[in-house]
Design a binder for this molecule. Structure first.
Ligand code: PLP
Length: 400
């Protein structure tokens, strides 16, 4: 028998705590020199780094145009505006709130669809029942870094003559089953470089598209709608990426293949160590596709594991292991969307996923023995699940 779990009175396995994620930032000499150069030049925006990052990112993604923006949320807002979308926007309820916010800021009514039980993404099957009159756009998400079926969705939106926009916040560096990089499908794909993403720059985003017209429109909109002559052609925003963020993105892009390989290795380790424990299931990545593993998520079957998602999270917290419930609550139960979003169909898969998924710690520079320790801890909790479940319930009862 293993160590005594902390929830049963043992010493916490990780008194220093393991964060659920942490940005990987290599402050190497090349990057520091670049940042020094930016400060000395006085060009804090609109200098060479943003333009160079756009070229390098377009090359990396294999797309014709890349427009750097201040965040993914801004990029989605500007894309939906540039496409002149109106009326309703179908999007999954199982996503981060920013997907819906971008649509709502463009004046679109979010129409929430269910997700697939294995990939947790919007599929043609979950989209079809809510498409129809009054829908002006579809937003789909590459959940946790694994791609959604963008081709299947595009075929359906194409038949209805409406644009498909991909919220690719989690998926910079992922590949589709056809081998192409995520970034080239739909009307546009929009990425995030916020702190929890694999390529983190503090804040930042990128609109990738093969449409010259859309890229030009987003470029003008991110600059207050001012093409340069101070005669605003549209009601734009300040949606710019800063030069320092672009320099961090450029350094991150160089390191990305290595980071992604490292994450795959760590996820492989998680899968092989947790795989034998009954009641834990992993997200399905479509055959031939590769995920960025932005998050490492397990789905808890409480009957088989002997612990609910909440009990497992509480027992791990007692050991010093941080977890997250992504995405819980789902959009349709959040205060801002409860009365506003439409929900024409039931969302059983969304509700099940949001109640049972748990994100475990994963970051690109994480040590492999941390993964081993976390997996051993989960195994020992499963071995003593009756006692552990009772102890978490007691603990919750005593604080409420
Ligand atoms: C992080 C995230 C966003 C927002 O990205 P920002 O760059 O912070 O605006 C949008 N959608 C999803 C799915 C995200 O996880």
């Amino acid at each position: 028998m293993g160590r005594l779990p902390a929830i049963l009175g043992g010493a916490p396995r990780f008194p220093q705590r393991v964060p659920v994620t942490r940005p990987t930032l290599d402050a190497d000499d090349a990057l520091m020199a670049q940042i020094k150069g930016i400060l000395e030049s006085g060009m804090l925006t609109g200098g060479g780094n943003v333009a160079a990052f756009e070229d390098e990112a377009a090359d990396f993604l294999g797309v014709a145009h890349a427009v750097a923006v201040g965040s993914c949320t801004t990029g989605l807002m500007l894309t939906l505006r540039a496409l002149r979308t109106s009326r309703g926007a179908v999007l999954p309820s199982f996503t981060f709130m920013a997907t819906a916010h971008a649509a709502a800021w463009q004046g679109l009514t979010p129409v929430l669809a269910d997700c697939d039980p294995d990939t947790y993404t919007l599929t043609a099957h979950s989209l079809a029942p809510v498409l129809g009159e009054g829908i002006g756009a579809v937003l789909a998400v590459h959940v946790f870094g694994a791609c959604c079926d963008a081709d299947g969705l595009a075929e359906l939106t194409g038949r209805h003559g409406i644009p498909l926009v991909l919220d690719s916040a989690h998926a910079f560096g992922a590949r589709y089953p056809d081998g192409t990089m995520v970034g080239g499908k739909g009307a546009a794909e929009v990425f995030s470089f916020s702190p929890t993403k694999v390529l983190a720059a503090g804040e930042g985003g990128l609109v990738a598209t093969n449409s010259a017209e859309l890229a030009a429109a987003v470029r003008t909109l991110r600059e207050y709608g001012n093409p340069g002559d101070y005669d605003a052609r549209a009601i734009g925003l300040n949606g710019r990426m800063t030069e320092i963020a672009a320099a961090i993105c450029r350094a991150g892009l160089r390191a990305l293949p290595e980071r992604l390989a490292r994450r795959s290795e760590l996820v492989g380790r998680y899968r092989s160590l947790l795989g034998p424990i009954p009641g834990l299931r992993f997200q399905t990545v479509p055959a031939g596709a590769t995920s960025t593993h932005k998050d490492l998520v397990v789905q808890v079957d409480a009957d088989l594991l002997g612990l609910t998602r909440g009990q497992l999270a509480a027992a791990l917290a007692a050991e010093g292991i941080d977890t997250r419930n992504y995405f819980d609550p789902p959009l349709h139960t959040q205060t801002a969307y409860r009365g506003f979003a439409r929900r024409p169909v039931g969302l059983p898969e969304t509700e099940h996923a949001s109640r049972t998924l748990l994100s475990l710690p994963l970051y690109s520079h994480m040590a492999a023995d941390l993964v081993d320790g976390i997996c051993e801890t989960i195994a020992s909790l499963h071995e003593r699940s009756d006692e552990a479940a009772a102890a978490t319930t007691k603990r919750t009862a005593s604080v409420t």
